[in-house]
Ligand binder design. Sequence first.
Ligand code: CA
Ligand code: CA
Ligand code: CA
Length: 243
Amino acid sequence: MLSKAVLLWKMVPLACATVLAAGIVLLAPAARAGIIVTDNTVSFGLDEEFSGGEAPGSATLPWVTATFDDTFGGSQTVRLTMSADNLGPNKNGENINLFLFNFDPLLDPNLLTFTVVDFQDSEPDAINTGIDAFMANGDGNFDIAFLFPPPIAGNSNARFTGGETVIYDITYTGAEDIFASSFFFFSDMGGGQGSFISAAQIQMTPDGGSGSGWIGVIPEPSTGLLVGLGLAALGLGRRRGNR
Ligand SMILES: [Ca+2]
Ligand SMILES: [Ca+2]
Ligand SMILES: [Ca+2]
């Protein structure tokens, strides 16, 4: 089987041709630094505050990253690593309260199960799934929501704070295999902003302050369109290949 990256590169020109055939002229897409795709991984850097709230304090971006890696587990398991690399550097500072993801719209997010690999001292209060069930500041409709502990008096260690990493293995219990790219989709439009590949709510911004903000992965329009078309073509090819 062709590697997914190779397949993607084969499919993107096809998507371009489709778009051009439709009479739409696109500027040459510049891959956004916040999105990194390899053979077996997709990594998102959350680097824009989109709600008009208080952004995290660090000038070093991205503030938060999420990486999906399908080399772990069997063909129905993908490992998710969430890292708060550039949030405020102390446990009384910025924390991730909510982390939202999308899932292949042809599959059912309610058939996903989550097995902790390591949450250090930042165990989620809940991990919820539902088709387009979760909003980010009233924007977008996401399929997977990690709810981390909010600021708790006397238990600041429980929060998901700067420098910490939380890792889960995600397994699909339906018939299909899943891949890192199964989580590389845009949220459906649900408000004034979006759509987003991932979004997170950050509290106590800027570092240790009383604000909060929503950060996301917001591709350039031309890149987003091409990525979407490329993935649609990839999905089509994969399903054909499975028959
Ligand atoms: Ca796997
Ligand atoms: Ca913690
Ligand atoms: Ca969805």
